[in-house]
Design a protein around this ligand. Structure first.
Ligand code: PLP
Length: 496
């Protein structure tokens, strides 16, 4: 009975103060008091009664008399507590708060600087957006055949598909896996998704428990760090070394493994650096994963955007004995980011990962299926002539844009850059001493305000120092020329 009265009063006091369980847990963290989620929910549901020190803490945090809260007395009831549970006092503005799960989640590719750019646009200013790898606005279009085939199949795509995807799409992806020499892949090992983005989230949610560690590169495509955090895991960043063409630093990876490390993420070809990893680096990463029983997640969405005659190697092809998940899709290579179609391929030691695969299946079933019209053109897209090949060779748009922007940007005093081999990003370094830069976010904001060019600061890619930014070189050379001239002018006078 005492538990029930306490629970009732606790809820009333929380309502009056507009505090949620998570707020009290957070406040307790700042004190010596140990108050966990399960304690709080048991108090609120009347299942248990708190120890004296927790009772005192709650009374204090909620500004009520401790004897009243404990149910010992009906006296000293603060006026507001005559209100019904959860009712808000008249002068308190009700506030709807985001989950504390989001506290450390960062995704600045569409963050506050982008919001500032949107505000400027709404005031009629023209902003050159070099912030996001979205090919369509820069005049890259889907191959005609893809559009034609989607139109033809649209009426057959009204229903949900199998949760993993249509047979035709998965068969084509399976054949693609064969070309990439990924062994031991059946049609059941392939899952389509609403972009690779959905599958990254799904895979990490299915794997990570509170406090589990996952090795993620720095710099990274920030969705990996964000989803690992959201799933309750702890992303541990390993260095990619600018001095060695931005390859993963193998010694740094080794030094960061603990008994909580469950997986390693590689992004190859890399966003934001444009680096392409050689076989030796992939083999070294595979041996580390083998030695420590790690899952390998390989994000290969740019695998068909490789220049200079280089060849992309899937790490899964070198690791037939390790459980690997390889991600790719059509957003970049087929310029259809808006159609939302990606996939993942499970390979290697599936026996060891039986339970994890059950988890993946469950989450895949829960989202019913991915976009079916987009699945319907996977076979068309992956077969036959690959129009992307025309863009990545001399005289092709992506190749020439890279050549232009790399040469022009590295001529600016104070800017240096490793030449990217793949994708359509560059991650140049700024001489922070020369420009007195202490905040890279401020740097991109100042550039935006002065020159109306939108870049993303290095910290947006979980890069710790304020000395890098990412530039997307999808616009045509004429536009890039104007952008580089403006950046050059800006840096001729800029000091932070
Ligand atoms: C490395 C990387 N992985 C995944 C994605 C997301 O791709 P999708 O459009 O398939 O969700 C991106 C998008 O920019 C990316 O750069």
């Amino acid at each position: 009975m005492i538990n029930k009265i306490f629970a009732q009063r606790l809820k009333t006091a929380m309502g009056n103060k507009n505090k949620r369980q998570s707020d009290l847990i957070r406040e307790a963290l700042k004190t010596e008091i140990k108050l966990g989620k399960s304690h709080m929910s048991q108090y609120v549901s009347g299942k248990t009664f708190p120890r004296e020190e927790i009772l005192n803490f709650l009374a204090n945090a909620l500004d009520v008399d401790v004897d009243w809260l404990s149910g010992k007395t009906t006296e000293n009831i603060p006026k507001e507590t005559n209100l019904k549970p959860m009712q808000i006092s008249a002068n308190t503005e009700p506030e709807i708060k985001k989950s504390i799960k989001l506290d450390n989640v960062l995704y600045d590719v569409r963050g506050p600087i982008v919001e500032e750019a949107n505000k400027m646009e709404s005031l009629g200013m023209q902003i050159l957006k070099l912030n996001i790898g979205n090919p369509a606005p820069f005049g890259f279009h889907a191959p005609d055949e893809v559009i034609y085939d989607m139109q033809r199949q649209l009426t057959e795509c009204e229903g949900y598909s199998n949760s993993k995807g249509l047979f035709s799409a998965r068969k084509a992806i399976m054949q693609y896996a064969q070309i990439k020499k990924i062994p031991n892949v059946s049609i059941e090992d392939i899952y389509t998704g609403n972009g690779v983005s959905e599958l990254i989230n799904l895979c990490l949610s299915a794997l990570l428990d509170m406090g589990d560690e996952i090795l993620v590169p720095t710099p990274d495509y920030p969705l990996w760090t964000a989803c690992a955090t959201l799933a309750g895991g702890k992303p541990v960043h390993y260095m990619c070394d600018e001095e060695s063409d931005w390859y993963p630093d193998i010694e740094d990876i080794k030094s960061k493994i603990t008994n909580k490390t469950k997986a390693i993420v590689i992004i190859n070809p890399n966003n934001p650096t444009g680096s392409l990893y050689p076989k030796e680096i992939l083999q070294s990463i595979a041996s580390i994963a083998r030695e420590h029983g790690l899952v390998i997640f390989s994000d290969e969405i740019y695998d068909r955007l490789v220049m200079d005659g280089e060849k992309h190697i899937s790490i899964a092809s070198l690791a037939p004995d390790i459980f690997c998940v390889t991600f790719s899709g059509l957003s970049k290579s087929h310029m259809i980011a808006g159609f939302r179609i990606g996939w993942m391929i499970l390979s290697g030691n599936k026996n060891a990962a039986k339970d994890y695969i059950e988890g993946i299946k469950m989450l895949s079933n829960m989202r019913l299926c991915s976009n079916v019209p987009a699945q319907s053109i996977v076979q068309t897209a992956l077969g036959g002539h690959q129009s992307v090949n025309n863009y990545i060779v001399p005289k092709g748009r992506i190749y020439e844009q890279r050549e232009y922007v790399y040469n022009a940007l590295t001529k600016i005093p104070g800017i240096s850059c490793v030449k990217p081999k793949a994708a359509f990003y560059m991650f140049p370094k700024i001489d922070i001493k020369k420009f007195n830069i202490t905040s890279d976010e401020q740097f991109v904001l100042d550039l935006l305000k002065d020159k109306k060019i939108l870049l993303i600061h290095g910290k947006g890619f979980n890069w710790a120092k304020p000395d890098h930014f990412r530039l997307v070189y999808l616009p045509r050379v004429e536009v890039l020329k104007e952008a580089v001239e403006k950046i050059s002018d800006f840096l001729s006078y800029y000091k932070q």
